[in-house]
Design a protein around this ligand. Structure first.
Ligand SMILES: NC(=O)c1ccc[n+]([C@@H]2O[C@H](COP(=O)([O-])OP(=O)(O)OC[C@H]3O[C@@H](n4cnc5c(N)ncnc54)[C@H](OP(=O)(O)O)[C@@H]3O)[C@@H](O)[C@H]2O)c1
Length: 330
């Protein structure tokens, strides 16, 4: 049996189950020059929310009544392709289907002895996003103070640890006491703030930082980011990685006007998309692998089981139900 998940409707506000449609479809067979792939792990990511809308962005929107897709790990179960053998594992951006064929274009082989899911997280887009944004925009210097929002998530938990490797004092912001505890005990952050139980975030960040904030790695935007930015030091750098707090907004929110503050403090604020740094990916993966092997990087995963759970796992990202990378095991 084969099965696919289609985009049924474009959400207004938070996505819900009715925006996704499951269909049983024919089992494909690999023709000459093709492989048959069986999906084993699916990455669900906040940016997919943007693709459910039809607004112009850096990736094309999903089409209505067409398969949704994201980064997957798949096993080659039949091969008519000279470069792939049955039993090998690959990763690529592929459809949300149990089985699909591919002509091999865009498939990257992965080493199952490392950990298949690591290629969707710390050694995949997640780890590279953390490394590129921090290195290229944050430019951390030893002794500086780094604040990370969305800190217990896939990207944030890696950013904080790289900050520690680079000699920074690291403060994480996350949405539960379990998460703030994990930030300190598992990921080695110096300080952690639960934004859901803190009344005055600006004061809490000032107290945790002691001497102001030099670098802010922003995964969430909104009020949390305003509170961090008003604590920044002269020549502070802000890497805008994500703005998940606004992805389900139906109207643009009006925040404080930051320009005079950025001017006075000679600050840099820059957004980025990880693919901007594609040329640096091979050296980035090498660096992340070395840190991982040396035990300098820990990573967390929330693994949900079952193909039919993909939409719910995705929607749960907006409720903070994941610690580390959210992955669906098929
Ligand atoms: N620029 C790029 O190229 C790039 C690449 C990858 C990811 N990103 C962005 O980076 C961010 C993190 O992505 P990820 O894959 O690592 O996801 P993630 O952090 O693993 O998962 C999302 C987390 O966001 C937090 N969250 C949800 N709603 C929130 C809200 N209203 N306010 C504050 N926090 C909220 C939740 O944690 P809490 O429990 O702490 O609320 C949730 O666990 C996202 O904004 C994503 O779009 C950007």
């Amino acid at each position: 049996m084969n099965r696919v998940i289609l985009l049924a409707s474009r959400p207004h506000g938070k996505p819900s189950a009715k925006d996704f449609k499951f269909e049983d479809i024919e089992m494909p067979t690999a023709k000459a020059g093709e492989v048959l792939l069986k999906t084993v792990y699916v990455s669900v990511d906040p940016y997919l929310r943007g693709r459910m809308s039809d607004a112009k962005s850096y990736v094309a929107p999903f089409e209505l009544n067409k398969p949704m897709n994201s980064a997957l790990i798949a096993e080659v179960t039949a091969s008519e392709h000279p470069d792939f053998e049955v039993g090998e594992f690959v990763t690529a951006g592929l459809d949300w289907k149990l089985f699909q064929t591919s002509d091999g274009h865009g498939l990257t082989k992965v080493d199952p002895s490392v950990s298949l899911t690591a290629y969707l997280g710390v050694l995949g887009m997640t780890g590279l996003t953390a490394l590129m944004g921090l290195q290229e925009i944050g430019k951390p210097q030893e002794g500086e103070t780094l604040v990370v929002s969305g800190a217990a998530g896939a990207v944030g938990s890696i950013v904080g640890q790289i900050g520690k490797i680079m000699g920074c004092k690291v403060i994480g912001i996350a949405g539960s006491d379990e998460k703030t505890m994990a930030l300190k005990s598992k990921f080695g952050f110096d300080e952690a703030i639960n934004y859901k139980s803190t009344d005055n975030m600006q004061e809490a960040i000032a107290a945790a930082a002691g001497d102001g904030v030099d670098i802010y790695f922003d995964n969430v935007g909104g009020d949390i980011s305003d509170a961090v930015i008003f604590n920044m030091n002269k020549y502070g750098r802000i890497a805008i990685c994500g703005a998940i707090s606004s992805y389900n907004d139906t109207e643009a929110s009006k925040g404080p006007r930051l320009q005079p503050y950025i001017l006075k403090n000679s600050m840099l604020m820059q957004g980025f998309i990880v693919s901007n740094y594609a040329k640096k990916f091979p050296e980035g993966v090498k660096q992340l692998s070395e840190w991982l092997k040396a035990g300098k990087l820990q990573y967390a995963e929330t693994i949900v089981e079952g193909f039919d759970q993909i939409p719910q796992a995705f929607m749960d990202l907006f409720e903070g139900k994941n610690e580390g990378k959210m992955v669906v095991k098929i």
